[in-house]
Design a protein around this ligand. Structure first.
Ligand SMILES: [Zn+2]
Length: 103
């Protein structure tokens, strides 16, 4: 599944993405993100050449760029999982950075 869908746990609308390989992850996994971009999120979402949604963790080394949009990973907001998952420390806020660099 890729694109708009629903969380199997809480039934809220989500955007299904495929993760890109990262520094410590292989990628290729499914990740649900909240469908509305969120400056407090830590996941960059973009579409690949075939129109599929792909996502990756935003880091200081690889900040948000180009057409990417910042989203909150759904497991961080899912009411069914709220107690299990917290955003890792060191997640950087990009809202100010983006405002500065956008025309
Ligand atoms: Zn959910």
């Amino acid at each position: 599944m890729n694109g708009p869908g629903h969380c199997p746990d809480c039934r809220r609308p989500v955007l299904w993405t495929r993760t890109e390989p990262g520094v410590s992850t292989e990628g290729g996994k499914r990740l649900a993100v909240d469908p509305t971009p969120n400056p407090d999120g830590n996941t960059a979402v973009d579409r690949d050449g075939t129109g599929r949604y792909v996502s990756r963790r935003v880091t200081e080394e690889r900040p948000l760029w180009g057409p990417e949009r910042l989203h909150m990973p759904h497991p961080a907001t899912c009411p069914r999982r709220q107690t299990q998952i917290a955003l890792p420390q060191g997640v950087i806020r990009l809202a100010d950075h983006r405002r500065k660099h956008r025309p």
